[in-house]
Design a protein around this ligand. Structure first.
Ligand code: SF4
Length: 419
């Protein structure tokens, strides 16, 4: 594939491209950085838009703007987030005239229809939501029952339609990239799963389609809504990243009590670049330094995700090297091992259980806390991006975008990789 070839042979062009993608995804400019640092308040006169994602005070302000009592905003809040009403006209507790005026002004609830629902034997449910522009986005609900019989429901949410980073083992990366999701399009994934499971989502992981750090502004807005409006504890939310220069520190500055999960997948830079092409623009030492800052700023332990690929990164020697890397950067880390989920057209293979156990034991014996993630819902095309690719095969990022991004000046490379 032409873009990939260009990336393989030209690290500077790759980093410049990364920078261009970052800019196109809304994280690249100082101006945008300022917006990320402080989510702007709702303007006095609200432009018509989507109700999902709005806070209670936003909704109260909206009610006042329509000449209603303030408490109508509180009602709207309850109807949207507790009753999960999907259409303006179904907000039947508020006066018909108010509903009509909202609709005439162009307001809508902002819930997308479920295009496809697939349930795996273990209860994992994968949904495809059809967005307003007909793009499909994946979300996964993973129910887990503990020994006492209480059920935890984890929502694995997407932050982009597709992903521009093209990690070599990832079905989403192979499907290309279309656009960032808006915060309400992230929040509605959780509401859709709550409706399907008829229970509350207890945990949210930003580990679905897309790189959350390339859409940090909307991810932070969605995080606010999930925490404050849907009442999911910050500690129950995990934001994952494969590593985007300058964004971990930016996230740390918000001092959220959420977990940062960094997809490492290799114990050294050379192997990492092979598995995660975008790693060329973000050296391992810089990532580890930023993770240390995250720990210092938030007192939250960083989780390192490590996908085990048979014969590539799964030997005991790799585990020893990983332990040495983590010890170099101090305590406060956890390793989450993920045996690779086979995907169509991939040259990678799932490691044998014996290799997974040996890798895990080598880390444990070196005092690294480690867990092995259970594979869930394999029969529901569980690998991230597989289900969407099955139903939407249109290319998402045109070659023109790639070529344009390769022409970014070298000075921008420095900005992209500076921490
Ligand atoms: S693993 Fe994550 S960052 Fe990498 S291509 Fe897939 S979705 Fe994007």
């Amino acid at each position: 594939m032409r873009p990939m070839a260009a990336l393989r042979h030209a690290p500077i062009a790759r980093a410049a491209q990364f920078r261009a993608l970052a800019v196109s995804c809304g994280i690249g400019s100082r101006e945008t950085a300022a917006k990320v640092a402080a989510v702007p308040p709702v303007s006095k006169k609200m432009a018509p838009g989507v109700l999902i994602g709005m806070s209670e005070s936003d909704l109260q302000q909206l009610a006042l703007e329509f000449g209603q009592d303030k408490y109508r905003g509180k009602q709207l809040h309850q109807l949207l987030y507790k009753r999960k009403i999907k259409e303006i006209q179904d907000l039947s507790q508020v006066p018909l005239a108010f509903r009509n005026e909202l609709q005439e002004a162009g307001w809508r609830v902002g819930r997308s229809p479920v295009y496809k629902e697939v349930t795996a034997a273990d209860g994992t449910v994968k949904l495809l939501l059809k967005l307003e522009d007909n793009r499909l986005v994946e979300t996964v609900g993973i129910p887990v029952e503990d020994a006492k019989g209480s059920v935890r429901l984890t929502a694995c949410v997407s932050s982009q339609v597709g992903c521009p980073l093209r990690c070599s083992f990832c079905a989403t990366g192979k499907g290309g990239f279309a656009r960032n999701l808006k915060s309400h399009e992230i929040v509605e994934q959780v509401l859709a799963l709550e409706e399907i499971f008829k229970r509350r989502v207890t945990n949210v992981v930003f580990m679905g389609m897309g790189e959350p750090m390339l859409n940090l502004k909307e991810v932070l807005e969605a995080h606010r809504c999930l925490n404050k409006d849907i009442q999911i504890g910050q500690r129950m939310i995990t934001i994952s990243t494969v590593g985007v220069p300058n964004t971990i520190k930016r996230l740390a500055s918000h001092k959220l009590q959420s977990t940062l999960a960094v997809s490492l997948h290799a114990p050294n830079q050379k192997l990492r670049e092979q598995i995660v092409p975008s790693a060329k623009s973000y050296p391992l030492d810089a990532i580890m330094n930023d993770c240390k800052q995250y720990l210092l700023e938030t007192s939250r332990r960083v989780s390192f995700e490590y996908t085990l690929l048979a014969g590539v990164n799964d030997t005991v020697d790799h585990a020893i090297e990983l332990a040495e890397l983590l010890h170099k950067w101090g305590p406060g880390y956890h390793v989450n091992l993920i045996p690779f989920n086979p995907i169509d057209g991939s040259e990678y293979k799932r490691p044998y259980r014996k290799a997974v156990l040996a890798f895990s034991a080598a880390l444990e014996s070196r005092k690294v806390t480690v867990s092995v993630r259970q594979t869930r819902g394999l029969d529901a095309s569980a690998a991230c991006g597989q289900l969407r690719n099955e139903f939407q095969k249109v290319p998402l990022l045109g070659d023109a975008n790639i070529e344009e991004s390769e022409q970014v000046e070298e000075s921008e490379l420095e900005m992209a990789v500076s921490s």
